[in-house]
Design a protein around this ligand. Sequence first.
Ligand code: 3HC
Length: 482
Amino acid sequence: MAFEMVGVVGLGTMGAGIAEVFARAGLRVIGVEADADALARGRGHLERSTQRAVDKGRLAGADRDSILGRITLTTSREDLRAVDLVVEAIPEVLDYKLSLFADLDRICKPETVLATNTSSLSVTAIAAATGRPGRVIGMHFFNPAPVMGLVEIVSTVLTDPALVPELSELAARLGKTPVVVGDRAGFVVNRLLLPYLNQAAVLMEQGMAARDDIDAAMRIGVGLPMGPFELLDLIGLDTAYEVMGVLFDETRDRRHAPAPLLRELVSARLLGRKSGRGFYGDEPRPREPEKSTVITFALVGEDVGELAERLDAAGFRSGDDPDVILRTADRPVIEHAVQLQDPAKLVGVRLVGNRVAELAATVLTSQEAVRAARDLMKVIGMTPVACRDRAGFVTDALLYPYLNDAVRMYDTGYASIGDIDAAMRLGCGYPVGPFEMLESIGLAVVRDGLRALYAEYREPAYAPAPLLDQLVTAGVRAFPRA
Ligand code: 3HC
């Protein structure tokens, strides 16, 4: 089937982005919104996004005009009569979608494909409510749609199998990589991404670490394009909350229960970028803690090499009566602290990459020692990430369960290793996919880290996936790829 004219219903951030993607690929687009005000906002999204590309020198002014010229905006669904495909991107309320799909079913020609960009609802339920379930499919884009290179094509048990390659080809024509998945809550990306984002909110709420420290750990330390709170603000906290609710309903995994903090922010209509404020807003930046003037330290533990060299190069020397005792560690350090004459001085330190130092404060560590450790790390060019002395500190506590979830997802047969890796790279801009990351960290290291998390939290989902455990036991260092 040739897709030449498409309808996009709902011109919020995602819908407008999707309309832009189609128009950029040369297709004619009819964008539909509920009323004149919403339509004006949709037009604003389209104009700003394309203007931004012009300002950056990525798009010629004339090309922008032709892109916008290919998009017709209307408030009448009836205008979708002749389109080949409709992509729906309206709010995530099943009743709204069912009523829209009933209208589309009536209005559009029989061969028109009806696609939903839902992040959380069942595509099967939407398909089953139409008179053309074989021609209903999920086409899930990622925010910002013009930038992210993935489209999840969600095929249900009702979908006409011939449609799947057609829509995959269309995604490729849009410059996106299609990954074909079945209709399970969260598909591939949201199923792996959202529990990690939710967990970040839980950690912050538990006082494990501060917002900016968690974001810095994941962005600067791990190399993700955004920290979890920056990304939650981009996605929209209402969307994140809805996806978590649906995941929880399907899995009953308590890690998927939306963090209470998310509910609180959503109730307050602090939804992230779309409402101007979410985890971040226009609040004044927290003041930098005052720097200690003279810092003396002792560095103990294994693998002190790189830290010792950096501290030495910055002119710091170990002292006899240190302000802070830094103990290199990848596990809680309280056992070491209690052996000391002055446990208040002990701070666990672990490097994440070569730019972040996690600093673990025990229940006995003094604020002065934490401040001294923070200052020291800054002076040697590391971003300090202060956290509590808990298994996994910040990065492992967030990363390892995500890696474990990816292994479990593969092991259930839902998606291949290649598809999961590609989905996370292209859908979220991750530098590598979870299996590539597992192999670069080391399967045994991740397995052992998960065991430590499990021992501390007794959280069933932290127990290493049986496949991971078996590969480590078998001495295998890479996942079997077809
Ligand atoms: N609209 C259009 N284009 C945009 C844009 C937007 N909102 N934001 C950024 N861009 C473009 C810029 O114009 C720029 O293009 P250029 O290279 O042609 O000039 C490019 O993207 C890079 O932008 P910037 O240099 O301004 O900013 P960054 O380098 O910081 O990148 C980012 C911004 C692309 C958003 C990057 O931070 C990123 O990849 N973040 C991760 C986003 C992510 O994970 N998305 C998926 C969320 S999950 C989801 O959407 C599913 C849903 O169901 C919940």
